[in-house]
Design a protein around this ligand. Structure first.
Ligand SMILES: [Cu+2]
Length: 629
């Protein structure tokens, strides 16, 4: 066991950041500073944090290799004005997007989350494997119940082999629309990047903006069985940018110096949209995906799925001036579907120095909304580094094989609030996931042997075979079953999953599948129905991309592999929130391996009770003795 050090990231409650501030300004969320903003409150909050963290730390039983960081997240509603309209949104530390967590590989982070809002929610540390510790993974009703208003809960985040960029977000309904932020994982102390040291870095978070209250819109739509809401705009670091109404003054700007190289940490925090991204007149070199480095991809654009994070090098090597960093939705839906959000979101890359002002240059390399070949062309180029310094470990002898259809479906809408006869659902192998709402979570049920919460009969194969990639409205295929069905894996199984995107209801799209507790290797993907004799011959077992979120191609298949060496309960699902809400989800239970180091850790002394108020309409005072206004 090596010596470790503690770092308190003292978080001050400050107004939303001015987007014209440069990157270092972001640190004010994390660094102590002298100002007149409620010093008494800060002291009170800090005392609470220190005592709470000390209490947690005495129970901390894993080997600590790096630094230990402490953060406080105060989550409450605040007014923000975008697109000429002011509305209240749930945010962390009064900031949209929320504060950045910045650590080194191998560090440990404690985050005490104070729910000062009106309804329960959880936070998930997206892409972090949480070895042996599903208790801090976060998805509600899977590994914990929502944190009730007026209470707090401390997450323990243990970084293992992740390096690069990941992110955190709420994992309850669509609360993640505004409750999210970056996790920057620098190389371990004493090591370097696998590319020349960049001069600086910059986090770019692409998110969705809705005019209405997102939770309320979703709650109503789910109750009525109607379509789920579509976003009204996209944002980069909280701002819609020059091309949107009432937004020009607040467009996010990043100052750069000619001749320097910047590491862009691009996170797609969108609720339902994949995005193309490009920078006017500048090439990009993509060097990382989901907390793992990849072989450099030199490109004029990239495509990023919701859930994914990419590390991208940008050389400031053009004539000093201003250039748009722009993103637009990549829609893989049928061309006839046009009701998606067409907003082009922009930020500005601005060179320092004296030069004659010209309007920012818009990237001509940014593909159009429906440019499916452009998306596929980029995705095919992603390969692991696979070097002695950054080795891979793709399972070669598969011991558990699953073939899973990924489908849109319908179900009769039968409860009292229904406004339609049939409602939209989605499924994996024709099972639409049902959360064990307000009873307990799957992890508790597994750990404490509580029956009646879930069943272990998630099917390894489709329940029926049909022409999967042909448009169909046949009733026995169209309708799905609902259930809380999980798949149980023995410790150290070598798992292969082939996902197949169906065209039931003519609704095939690219589905970004996300797995908790693991990253996986993408050994292949293709179009049409998977052939289990010929397609494996083309698998990449040499340098397959490693990811935690990767798209199942529209009317095509995705083959992934991983070793089930992280015991616990791990959710996996489509990262389009509308598909998650409709049931395109399930969970693995990975059994213990027989030794302490191959078994789940004990639960922390406190887990949130399963009685949180969830209704977005009820706005009661929820302060927990910390007056933060
Ligand atoms: Cu999906």
């Amino acid at each position: 066991m090596q010596p470790y050090s503690f770092i308190y990231h003292i978080i001050y409650i400050v107004p939303a950041r001015n987007p014209k501030h440069e990157r270092k300004a972001n640190w004010r969320f994390l660094q102590p500073r002298n100002n007149s903003m409620k010093p008494q409150m800060n002291c009170r909050l800090l005392m609470t944090e220190v005592l709470g963290f000390l209490f947690v730390f005495v129970q901390f039983d894993s080997l600590v290799q790096g630094e230990v960081h402490f953060y406080a997240f105060v989550v409450r509603e605040r007014n923000f004005t975008k697109l000429c309209v002011t509305k209240s949104i749930l945010v962390v530390n009064d900031s949209f997007p929320g504060p950045e967590i910045r650590v080194h590989k191998g560090d440990t982070v404690f985050v005490n989350v104070h729910n000062q809002g009106y309804y329960g929610f959880t936070i998930h540390w997206h892409g972090i494997k949480q070895p042996r510790n599903p208790w801090s993974d976060g998805p509600e009703y899977i590994t914990q119940c929502p944190i009730p208003p007026g209470t707090n809960f401390t997450y323990e985040i243990h970084l293992s082999d992740e390096e690069g960029t990941l992110w955190w977000h709420a994992h309850s309904d669509w609360t993640r629309a505004t409750v999210h932020g970056a996790i920057v994982i620098l190389p371990a102390v004493g090591t370097t990047f696998p590319f020349p040291q960049p001069d600086d870095d910059e986090t770019i978070i692409i998110a969705s903006w809705y005019f209405g209250d997102v939770k309320e819109l979703v709650d109503v739509a789910m109750e009525e069985g109607s379509d789920l809401p579509h976003s009204d705009a996209y944002t980069i670091n909280g701002e819609p940018g020059d091309l949107c109404n009432c937004s020009k003054e607040t467009t996010y700007r990043r100052m750069v110096d000619y001749g320097k190289t910047y590491l862009l940490r691009i996170i797609n925090a969108n609720i339902n949209a994949e995005h193309f991204f490009a920078v006017g007149d500048h090439n990009l070199t993509v060097v990382g995906l989901d907390g793992a480095y990849i072989k450099p991809i030199n490109t004029g654009y990239l495509v990023i799925s919701p859930g994914q994070a990419m590390d991208v090098l940008l050389e400031a090597n053009q004539s000093p001036g201003q250039y748009y960093m722009a993103a637009r939705q990549y829609s893989s839906e049928d061309a006839a579907v046009v009701d998606f959000d067409h907003v082009n979101v922009t930020a500005i890359l601005e060179y320092r120095g004296n030069y004659t002002y010209r309007p920012p240059s818009f990237p001509t390399t940014l593909p159009m909304y429906l440019d499916y070949p452009a998306a596929v062309k980029f995705t095919l180029r992603i390969k692991s580094l696979a070097t002695p310094e950054y080795p891979i470990s793709v399972p070669l002898n598969v011991t558990t094989s699953m073939f899973i259809t990924v489908s849109m479906n319908e179900l009769p809408c039968t409860h009292s609030g229904c406004k339609t006869d049939q409602k939209m659902t989605s499924s994996l192998n024709n099972v639409s996931w049902a959360f064990p709402l307000n009873t307990t979570d799957v992890l508790q049920a597994y750990y404490r042997n509580i029956s009646g919460v879930y069943t272990t009969d998630f099917p390894d194969q489709p329940t029926q075979y049909y022409n999967f990639t042909e448009e169909t409205f046949v009733e026995n295929i169209l309708f799905t079953v609902q259930g809380t069905k999980v798949k149980v894996l023995n410790y150290n199984e070598s798992v292969q999953i082939v996902f197949l995107g169906t065209d039931v209801m003519k609704s095939s799209v690219n589905h970004p599948m996300h797995m908790h507790g693991y990253s996986f290797y993408v050994v292949g993907f293709g179009f049409g129905i998977y052939n289990n004799e010929s397609d494996p011959k083309g698998f990449n077992l040499v340098d397959p991309p490693q990811a935690t979120t990767f798209g199942v191609p529209k009317n095509g298949w995705l083959a992934i592999r991983f070793t089930a060496n992280n015991p616990g309960v791990w959710f996996w699902h489509c990262h389009f929130e509308r598909h998650l809400s409709w049931g395109m989800d399930t969970a693995f239970i990975v059994k213990n391996g027989g030794t302490v180091q191959t078994s789940m850790r004990e639960p922390p002394a406190y887990m949130p009770p399963c009685n949180a108020q969830l209704d977005s309409h009820i706005k009661t005072d929820s302060t927990e003795g910390v007056n933060i206004i």
